[in-house]
Design a binder for this molecule. Sequence first.
Ligand SMILES: Cc1cc2nc3c(=O)[nH]c(=O)nc-3n(C[C@H](O)[C@H](O)[C@H](O)COP(=O)(O)O)c2cc1C
Length: 368
Amino acid sequence: MNKLFSPFKLGDIELANRVAMAPMTRARITNTQDAADDDTALYYAQRASAGLLITEGSQISRQGQGFLFTPGIYSKSQVEGWKKTTQAVHDKNGKIFIQLWHVGRMSHTSLQPDGGAPVSSVAKSAVNGHCFAIDEQGNPGRVAVSEPEELTLEGIEQIKQDFVQAAKNAMEAGFDGIEIHGANGYLLEQFINASLNTRQDIYGGQTIENRARLTLEIVDAIVAAIGSGKTAIRLAPFGRFGDMHPFEQEEETWLYIAGELSKRNLAYVHLSDQKTLGAQAIPDGFIEKFRTTYQGPLIIAGGFDKEKAEQYLQEDKLDLVAFGQPYIPNPDLVERMQNDWPLAEADREVYYGGDQRGYTDFPSYEVN
Ligand SMILES: Cc1cc2nc3c(=O)[nH]c(=O)nc-3n(C[C@H](O)[C@H](O)[C@H](O)COP(=O)(O)O)c2cc1C
């Protein structure tokens, strides 16, 4: 029996199918409040037939921002902006989680409060790291990331509070849940990765427990604020984005986190395989180990098509399959896969920034 289009109970909600839309930054926000707007609402509503929509990364604070034109979830006007999206998606019986994002060192002084330095586990820049900020000529553009400052314990406490407040804001905005962005070389990975995190304190490099501490404390604080059934996390085991390097006990680290998350009865854990984005794949056999250790609902993204999705579901490697790039030009991806209609392709030029073109103007498939 086909599983991809069968319903699934995820945390507190019922999903119509096992298709998730992966979080994708589209950098289309041009208002000065960094608030999701009518176009954002239209874009997600067009894709509401997915069992679960996961929004683009939404910064939890000014400090957490690493790209221009991304929507935040820390101010009143941002909460009001996101309400348009949740309303539009729910009107179409869709379900939507928001991804809570802190980029850590992958930022630039032009994006930071008072033009200050970005923050990280240690004061070390990402080699060849770039972000999208204001360049030396004062124009939006791709710039090298700025040298970060090592977070103090007070700074870490503030970030935990910012995550919790963002999760509460997300509830006020009407989201069905939140996904903590623990993947792709951003703040939480900057703590987890032992090749970078050489701190000497309880958040530091000495032990796996110390390096995982910030991630798990944020999970626990958000669970306490909004409930475990509304809380999820995305991880990128063996991820190499943002100048992340291999380290000793890498597999043990990810499996330790898997085991800890398994105790917490979360809505889901979402693994990001970076292969289709140009980095290495999650090693063969690791997903099976992760799934044995973490026994709750599992989503995986990266390089799926309908056939591979169904195969992974049949082999019980996961519970939901997330599609990223296929969702950019195929708002009706579920219907296209269900009916074996052809998939449209998008030019990479339209991925980030710009206007409605390449954003909300991809049509649904029309049968002649
Ligand atoms: C344009 C674009 C923006 C992305 N933005 C995010 C993001 O904000 N947060 C995140 O966790 N992953 C992000 N990703 C990664 C995707 O969620 C997904 O893991 C990746 O595209 C692999 O899936 P695919 O092979 O189906 O495209 C982005 C990918 C693309 C192509």
